[in-house]
Design a protein around this ligand. Sequence first.
Ligand SMILES: Cc1cc2nc3c(=O)[nH]c(=O)nc-3n(C[C@H](O)[C@H](O)[C@H](O)COP(=O)(O)OP(=O)(O)OC[C@H]3O[C@@H](n4cnc5c(N)ncnc54)[C@H](O)[C@@H]3O)c2cc1C
Length: 667
Amino acid sequence: MKRNFIAIVLLLTLLFSKVNFADSGLLFNVNASGDPTEVSITLCLNAKGPLSCQNYFVSATNLTILTTPSDHTYHYAGIKVNSPFYSIANAGISCTPLSNGFCMFTVSDTQPAAISIKNPDYIVVGVGTAGAVITKKLSDGNQNMVVALHNGPDLNNDPLINLSKNAIITVLSGLIGPPLYNISETIPQIFINDRILNWIYAIPLGGASSVNAGAWCRGTNQVYSQWEALLGPNWSTTAIENTYIELENYHGETTNPSARGFNGPLPIRQEPNPTITTVSRKISQAITNATGFSLVLDYNDPNTPIGPSTQVQYTQMGPDGALRASSAIVFLNKDVMDANGNGVNGRKLHVVFNATADKVIWNGNKAIGVQYYRNGSPHLLYASKGIIVSAGIKSSSFLMRSGVGSASLLQSLNIPVVYDNPNVGSGLADQPHIVMIYTSNPDDTPSSFRLKIAGKILSALSDTTLGRALITAIGTNVNVQNGLFTQIAWLPTPGGDPTIRTLRFASVTPIPGITIVLFDLVQPLSRGSIAINSTDPFAEPTFDLGVLSNVDDLDLYISGFQNYIQNINNQLQVIDPSYQMIFPDPIILNDLTVLTDFIKEEIGTNMHFQSHCRMAPLNQGGVVDDTGHVYGVQNLIVADDSVVPINMDGSPMATAYLVAANIAKHL
Ligand SMILES: Cc1cc2nc3c(=O)[nH]c(=O)nc-3n(C[C@H](O)[C@H](O)[C@H](O)COP(=O)(O)OP(=O)(O)OC[C@H]3O[C@@H](n4cnc5c(N)ncnc54)[C@H](O)[C@@H]3O)c2cc1C
């Protein structure tokens, strides 16, 4: 009797338990075919309870489900998908959705139920400047399920990031590395005395747009007409201008309103005339006097690309531009997703933070998913429509780890070659700069050593609550405008075509009496390369910037110093003798050997990386076509600054937005 009782209890437990029976005593027979997936489901004999439930893992999307108990039809059987990002494809048709998350169907041991799992539609790799735009656009309309993997945190609400005045701190934090940046080193740069340079990328959601200076500088039609010639109508000067107009919500003056956008999502603020500082006016006047190029009201007007401007434009919003308008803040705000990265208002979106994408999962040469790491564990994620890579400087490494790249390199690392394309990682371009210091009081000039000490102190403080509050207070009280730059000037090669931008002279005045000038090459000819040296997604690639590998770049710098810098300095002295260039000592400008040494010792990277996954015909160095699709494979798209086909002559943030918005139109 007692034995019978125990048997009945055991039987009842078996029938009505919610315990996982996956190893033995299966209640269901599940056959999976179709597209690969990796999903945990719960099946119940009675979904209303739910009762008699077991968990199963399925590895393909089309499920044929039978029960194992014979001679009984279960009218209330049910299925629930446990893995995030996946759903029942034919809910409402093959099964009836219940409020408890199950979808109910009829099944027996002879009458199967056919139910399909729906993979996400798109995976976005890297939610930086371009990635945030793509993520938002793909999930607009609530049709596509988009899962975006980002290898950093969401710091949108941190005042260090979202107050424009703190740009001076977030930019300088590039000298430090974490928590805002990942920092690495180039290989010795053979054309600049084997110097090793640091290179960085921004970790927070929104990528570089969350930490940069926010200067909004489109390229010019001189460059975009070359994009059009190379790529056709998708990248015509008209298509590009229209994309910018659609993006911009411009708050400023312009000589050409028809070329600017006033209703787009991205707020662009121009420093208004009344707040222009005297430093800005004097430097700009000196540039005009020295070069002959007049003051420009709106350097983003395609008709006025050359000359100095006192009114720099920024991605900023709020009163006086107090708030940074990063791509994450603008495109992934609370109307789009919640603090956990889940879409709101019916948007089928999940942004997964601190998730590092490793490589593509392939079905033949079709990209069907991504392997990624989170909390030290690998995960597989599948997508039916495509994988969009917006990992910025890491996009070429991701392609290589996935088997798209130089076959010999991939084979040396035992990576199966999916498509042999040596162009991946080649053609790396930058807009190098040289830092100069102007001051009325040389004793106040910070040396690079002092800057390093300041960086170390900031770094030590950044781990403490008090320290972070202090940093924020410094940032909000330091003597900078919401816009970091004092002025900006776009200049052609001295004696060259006066319509082509090749040099930029931009300044920052963080402390009264000290102005730091960044003198940049905007269309250098030197090229570098990126190559992975490991299959580890956390290992940094071999990074060769090829600085000054093209001697024309050195010649341009020499000419720029001997003509513009020399004359600007002279003109500054005329306007106000307290303005002096003190680093370098102006005396070196007349000595070719010393000037050349100075350039080689001081040239650095602007972190304006581009073109290592070029958008161009395959036989002209291309990695992706004019819609961003990677050559030789299917369903894999790259959309960020890595695809820039021909050096931008603006600055890279505006280009990242352009590339993302334009490629999104063709997905
Ligand atoms: C300090 C600084 C100041 C700058 N100032 C300006 C400026 O004032 N104006 C201007 O125009 N440009 C500026 N730039 C440059 C410009 O901001 C960037 O070049 C541009 O925004 C890059 O956009 P992107 O979308 O290509 O890449 P990013 O914005 O870098 O986005 C790529 C993101 O992908 C993530 N990622 C990488 N690998 C993976 C992976 N495996 N898995 C998941 N996620 C991954 C990264 O964390 C990164 O955040 C500045 C850059 C720096 C560093």
